[in-house]
Design a protein around this ligand. Sequence first.
Ligand code: SF4
Length: 281
Amino acid sequence: MSELHDRMRVDSWADWWGGFCALYEMANAQIGNLRHGMKVLRASEFAAQFYCEQKLDLRLLVRARQFQDWQRRTSSEDVEGRTDPLALGVRGHEKLAASDTERPAEEVWSSVMKGEKVRLYDPLLLGKYEEIFLAGHPDVILFANRIPELVIEFKFSAKSIPSAQYHSQAGLYCYMLEGLGFDVKNLHYVLGIFPPSAFASNALSLATDLIANSFPFSRSSMELPEGTACLYASRYNRASSIKELRWASDYWRGTRDAVPTKVDWKCRACSAKQVCRFSLA
Ligand code: SF4
């Protein structure tokens, strides 16, 4: 079985958009065969596997229970006739969703396919690894001539060196772009690591401009009132992303147990350390 699903063709906008929508429909129609009843593997959860898979497993276990309760309380049949704020909100949302005919994503991708120089902010990417559907939202993608030049991902951390899971997440976005049919021969990603206190400032839009105007670089930085933001550029490495997907997918298929971290400081900082049987704290 091919690891990368059949690559979509980018020579016709209509065919490409039709393929993208079909991929979305197929992902949406999944019955939740993945671990914890998940339909798709999201990039953020894929990344979390490389921090501590056991922590991700515990979080999803709790969320699955909460989600079942939430689904019961927000199902269309259950909210019918109820007047509590939750039920009113659900009905309002259903009404809005039914009347929403705007498809801004279509316009954005259409600009990409026309070869325009565009920045995509928080776009939905889709993909497939063997039978597993993938989804994720990178912070920014810079496109020109139908080619993705850079994937930019911003993180807020007290540590200025990007950790392994940030690379894994950005690599997965690149892998999805490849599956969507784009030319990734020269695709790079930039990880921007910002001081946590910069969260509320306009630093991210400034950083996007700086990156767009100064790439190529392997490492750069940006001085902010809140501290230094560090920017790291790497080339997309397909073999590495495939290797990570191979390891990660076994967990989602349930063919192996979650792997706990072997790094004791992660356990000391972990909110689940009291209940985790593998805690090193
Ligand atoms: S205590 Fe350690 S091993 Fe357990 S979930 Fe937290 S980080 Fe992972």
